[in-house]
Each structure stands twice: as structure tokens, then as C-alpha cells.
Design a protein around this ligand. Structure first.
Ligand code: ADP
Ligand code: MG
Length: 190
């Protein structure tokens, strides 16, 4: 007889294998829009974020946008690397495999970023996104991971991103840039 926990574990492992059968389940995160798992392959940890039409709300576009944004920011260390994209046309499941970021979110720890060089790097990472046509970075304590020595941080979750276009570049895009920096000042740095 399998225990309830084992059954749940096996069903999560099956769900993960249906996306990529080389990944092993390690842990799960809470999300009401996605299924988000810490997974492992060849002793390396990753984060698998799945949009499942049977479960998620809000459609799959945020996940497509997040993967586009991560590609644009691939060389900036404050954003997780995008490892792989999956689209299962059979059941319309969309998923991305990202770098696993060690540490705790600012929401979990209740901390803020105080280390000056890191403040600079995070502000710079935000500015680079803006220069590359990405704003509304959803910079909230839940979406920033600070590592345990508080010297490195990662900006997660670019699902709300606004891409700069000819139509929005003067008003909407500029307003979102301003609000990104405001949130940094109000919730992330102080
Ligand atoms: N790459 C990652 N590394 C470590 N933890 C992650 C990663 N991506 C997501 N998480 C964890 O999962 C939580 C939810 O992920 P997120 O992408 O922000 O989705 P949601 O749309 O539900 O906010 C995060 O707050 C974080 O705790
Ligand atoms: Mg989030």
C-alpha cells in the first residue's frame, strides 16, 4: 500500500515526466496560476513552471511573455537563465525550465536589500530591462529571491511584463518604468 504522500509524489512526478521525462521531482511551490516545481537532472536543480489549461487562470500568455523576456535578459545575472521551453500541442500545456535560484524570497524572509553594491546591481538590472524595451517587472517581495549571504538577488516572475511598442512608448511604457523604480525604493530597498 502506498501512503497518501507517496501517491501525491508519484502523480506530481508523472505530471513532470509528461513535460520532460529526464526531470525528477524535488519540491513544489505555491502558485495559484501555475504548477511550479523544483526539479533535478544530473544533480543540477531547476525550476519548472507549467501552465496547465485545466488548472491555471489567466491564460498562457504571461508564461510566453516571461520566456521571451528571459531570453532578452539572458546575459544579465539578476534574472534566472531560461534553460528550455516546452509546448505540448496535444493538450496545450506550456512550460518553461529555468535556473533554480537559491535563497528565500523577500516575502518569506521579511528582509529588504541593504547591501549597497547589490542595490546598485538590482537597480542596474531593472534599467537594462527598460533599455531593452521591457517594463512592469512585477517587483514585489514575493518575486525577489535573496541568497543567504544577502549579497546576490534574482528577479523572478516576468509574467506581467509590458513590451515597448510604437504605441505605448511615450505614456504607458514610461509610467511603468517609473513605477518599477518606485516599487524598488518602497519595498525592496527600504
Ligand atoms: N527560478 C526559481 N528559483 C527558485 N524559486 C523559484 C523560482 N521560480 C519561482 N520560484 C518560487 O515560486 C514562487 C512563485 O513563482 P512565480 O514565478 O513568482 O509565480 P507566480 O505567478 O505564482 O507568482 C516564487 O515566489 C518562488 O518562491
Ligand atoms: Mg510571483
Amino acid at each position: 500500500m502506498q501512503s497518501k504522500e507517496e501517491q501525491i509524489r508519484l502523480s506530481i512526478q508523472r505530471r513532470i515526466r509528461s513535460i520532460d521525462d529526464s526531470l525528477t521531482f524535488v519540491d513544489e511551490y505555491y502558485s495559484f496560476k501555475y504548477r511550479i516545481y523544483q526539479v533535478e537532472k544530473d544533480n543540477i536543480q531547476y525550476t519548472l513552471k507549467i501552465f496547465d489549461p485545466e488548472y491555471g487562470v489567466g491564460g498562457y500568455m504571461p508564461l510566453i511573455n516571461e520566456s521571451k523576456a528571459l531570453e532578452i535578459l539572458a546575459d544579465v545575472p539578476e534574472y534566472p537563465n531560461l534553460i528550455k521551453k516546452y509546448h505540448n500541442h496535444f493538450d496545450n500545456k506550456i512550460a518553461i525550465l529555468k535556473e533554480y535560484c537559491k535563497g528565500e524570497s523577500l516575502e518569506q524572509s521579511g528582509k529588504i536589500i541593504t547591501y549597497k553594491p547589490l542595490k546598485k546591481r538590482v537597480a542596474n538590472a531593472v534599467q537594462i530591462a527598460h533599455e531593452r524595451g521591457l517594463a512592469r517587472l512585477d517587483l514585489m517581495p514575493r518575486n525577489l529571491i535573496l541568497n543567504s549571504n544577502e549579497r546576490d538577488a534574482k528577479i523572478l516572475d516576468l509574467g506581467a511584463v509590458l513590451f515597448r511598442t510604437e504605441n505605448n512608448k511615450y505614456a504607458d511604457f514610461a509610467a511603468e518604468k517609473t513605477s518599477d523604480f518606485q516599487v524598488l525604493r518602497d519595498f525592496i530597498f527600504s
